[in-house]
Design a protein around this ligand. Sequence first.
Ligand SMILES: Cc1cc2nc3c(=O)[nH]c(=O)nc-3n(C[C@H](O)[C@H](O)[C@H](O)COP(=O)(O)OP(=O)(O)OC[C@H]3O[C@@H](n4cnc5c(N)ncnc54)[C@H](O)[C@@H]3O)c2cc1C
Length: 395
Amino acid sequence: MTITASGAAPSSILEGGHAELVDSFETFIRRELVPLAADMPETEALPPADLRSYVRKRSAALGFYAGEYPEELGGSDMPLTAVVLLHHAAGRSGCALAPYALGGSDGPSPLLRNGTEQQIQRYLVPLVRGEMTRCLALTEPHAGSDAFRLTTVAVRDTDGWVLNGRKTFVSNADRADIALIVTATDLGDDRPTGSTAFVVPMDQPGLRIGQRYEGMSGEPMFELLLDDVRLPPDAVIGGDRGVGAATALAIDSLSRGRLIVAATCNGIAEHAVRLGLEYARSRTAFGERIGTYQHIQEHLVSSHAEVESSKLLTLASAQLLDLGREAPENAALAKLTASETAVRAVDRALQIHGATGWVRGHPLEFLYRHVRMMTIIEGTSEVQKVIVAKAMGLH
Ligand SMILES: Cc1cc2nc3c(=O)[nH]c(=O)nc-3n(C[C@H](O)[C@H](O)[C@H](O)COP(=O)(O)OP(=O)(O)OC[C@H]3O[C@@H](n4cnc5c(N)ncnc54)[C@H](O)[C@@H]3O)c2cc1C
């Protein structure tokens, strides 16, 4: 953060090792993505599919997209700390195309890292190269936070599996090449079963998109209907060891996902602080720049303090994970703090702009709607608090 006049912000001490990488990513955003996004209003949540596809592939060719994946799969073998810093930089850039330069909820999935060799080559490699996109179908009308109380069920039959049920709020279902679908498992005997994750081509007979939901900031989500979807045995992610084991396969990716969302939120919050600061320095009221008024300073200093604290928490949690010492409650705490911080920072920056920030088309008007999803996705704030409370012995 370059807000302080007196020197580096405290969090920069944890960023140092990857300064060159972040620099080159920011140069890529500035030189290539900003001009491409120039014709696209910042209020447009979803860039056209061909533009997103170009950005993915170009970023993959430069080694940014899916950087955390091994080189033999097309990634750059980056530690999580580096990945987190790139997501932060994308959020901070304010460029509508920057988030698409990094693998997100439509990109390579850690679930597939636990796939069979065939699944890795057939699906994960093209996802890492940005040549394919996917969606994840986990949530159901009656199973959201309680994500493994599923009623969509996979029944084992002689040829493989038959899936029936209904998924909801699935992002990218209209563009994805494949769906990762998590179901309850019925083995046809009395054995205890868990949930199973399947990889399913979107044109698989029996699988279709139902209702389309329009998110507050224009991101669509979809219902997925499964009506006797017949799959071969090798559609189970992880093969035989994946049967009834989706939770185990997903568990080590939860902290990573949460830290990436936290980093994006920190970036958005920093961007909001910068917009607020620029306005506070230029706008006058009652004959003075509004930044000289303590009420405005209160907004900006509070946000700055919260963003810096949140960045430290996210970066420290990422570094612990890179050292193999991350505990799930750290990522939960980081995601909770960052998402709540971003919502507040955007709200305060809009307040500083008065009516100007509230007008449709202003970057803050868009961010205000966009950032609101962050306390819901990748586990709601309440769910993060449940995880932290448990770690504190409160259960
Ligand atoms: C933008 C966006 C994109 C999404 N994309 C996808 C996707 O691609 N694929 C997918 O499968 N899903 C997706 N979802 C769904 C998302 O995963 C769920 O919304 C989320 O898991 C919360 O579930 P829910 O909405 O059913 O809320 P619920 O679980 O019903 O929760 C309702 C309220 O109760 C609280 N609550 C629940 N349990 C507890 C508890 N134990 N203690 C205290 N409070 C609790 C929650 O925090 C929340 O405030 C997306 C959602 C959004 C907003």
